[in-house]
Write a protein that binds this ligand. Structure first.
Ligand SMILES: N[C@@H](CCC(=O)N[C@@H](CS)C(=O)NCC(=O)O)C(=O)O
Length: 319
């Protein structure tokens, strides 16, 4: 784990000392977009763009789900880092399910960032949406990338399913920000807290938020009603990691997702959407967190469980 300072890689853990033991996530640096129009700075084209992802990472997982749901597999290529993220940060390697860096053949993800901007100061995160033509990083913020994939390539794929419909923008934005602060980022705030108080605050907010989501899903099939939207997919990638990783490794253990009947069945329904199970790799997920975060789990031993049956029938059709 580390970061780039003026283009130099520095191996260091997150700084929580200056924030009362709290984990504070850095904003993403690259925020450009791909657009449908051929006049755009980055116009939608088949085969031009590339995603760098980790199968372990919930933020990168969102982008792989949208690539699958929007029929973009043959139009956007992918490189997958190894789940083991140690002193060199994300790296490519021989780990099963990982790939080489298909663009440059680099060993480390930080080399992709410095290739694009040699003196950059940044954390080296995935996902990264990359343009092979101009050799630029377009965007490294998953929330933006999924919106790009939701619409920009519709003319190429003919897939116009809309996970961010205009009449639901306000509702989706509202629930996204609640879910992001308390759940998506809440599990990290809980797990990376280095004081009892910071942990207590994060874990309390997290489970209050899950209780609220359980109530919403008791009445509605999806987060904003009867339509499946990006809000659901953004929540899903945290839920699917919860019982295998966050309950133990991040000490989010007041309850499991399995103990919330509506959330658990909703999670199974989303998992059973066509193409989604194939984007979900529990080996990478467990291996990454338990093996990479040595200040939380110094033995690097990865737990065997939980045993889950995510393909069994869900109960959501009744709503
Ligand atoms: N806001 C970013 C966050 C991405 C992110 O933090 N990814 C993690 C992996 S789960 C990462 O690459 N962390 C490396 C680091 O922080 O050094 C997004 O949603 O795309």
């Amino acid at each position: 784990m580390g970061l780039l300072v003026d283009g130099q890689w520095k191996d260091q853990w997150y700084d929580t000392k200056n924030n009362d033991g709290k984990f504070v996530r850095q904003d993403s640096k690259f925020r450009d977009v791909i657009e449908a129009s051929s006049d755009a700075k980055y116009p939608a084209e088949s085969g031009r763009y590339h995603l760098y992802v980790s199968l372990a990472c919930p933020w990168a997982h969102r982008t792989l789900i949208f690539r699958a749901l929007k029929g973009l597999e043959e139009h956007i290529s992918v490189s997958v880092v190894s789940p083991n993220m140690l002193e060199n940060g994300w790296e490519f390697g021989d780990y099963a399910g990982a790939t080489q860096d298909h663009i440059f053949g680099f060993d480390y993800m930080h080399q992709v960032y410095t290739k694009v901007k040699p003196d950059i100061t940044t954390r080296v995160t995935v996902p990264v949406l990359f343009d092979k033509k101009t050799q630029q990083i377009i965007n490294n913020e998953s929330a933006d990338i999924i919106r790009i994939l939701n619409t920009a390539f519709n003319d190429i794929t003919g897939n116009d399913v809309d996970y961010y419909p205009s009449d639901l923008h306000d509702q989706i934005d509202l629930i996204n920000s609640f879910v992001y602060d308390n759940i998506n980022n809440g599990v990290y705030k809980s797990g990376f807290a280095t004081t009892q108080e910071a942990y207590q605050e994060a874990v309390t907010n997290l489970f209050d938020a899950l209780d609220k989501v359980e109530d919403i899903l008791a009445k509605n099939r999806y987060l904003v009603g009867s339509r499946l939207t990006e809000a659901d997919w953004r929540l899903f990638t945290t839920l699917i990691r919860f019982d295998p990783v966050y309950v133990g490794h991040f000490k989010c253990n007041l309850k499991r997702i399995f103990d919330y009947p509506n959330i658990y069945n909703y999670m199974k329904e989303l998992y059973q959407n066509e193409g989604v199970a194939e984007t979900t790799n529990f080996d990478h997920i467990k291996q990454h967190y338990y093996y990479s975060h040595t200040m939380i789990n110094p033995t690097q031993v990865v737990p065997a469980g939980p045993v889950q049956d995510l393909k069994s029938p869900h109960t959501r059709g009744a709503l």
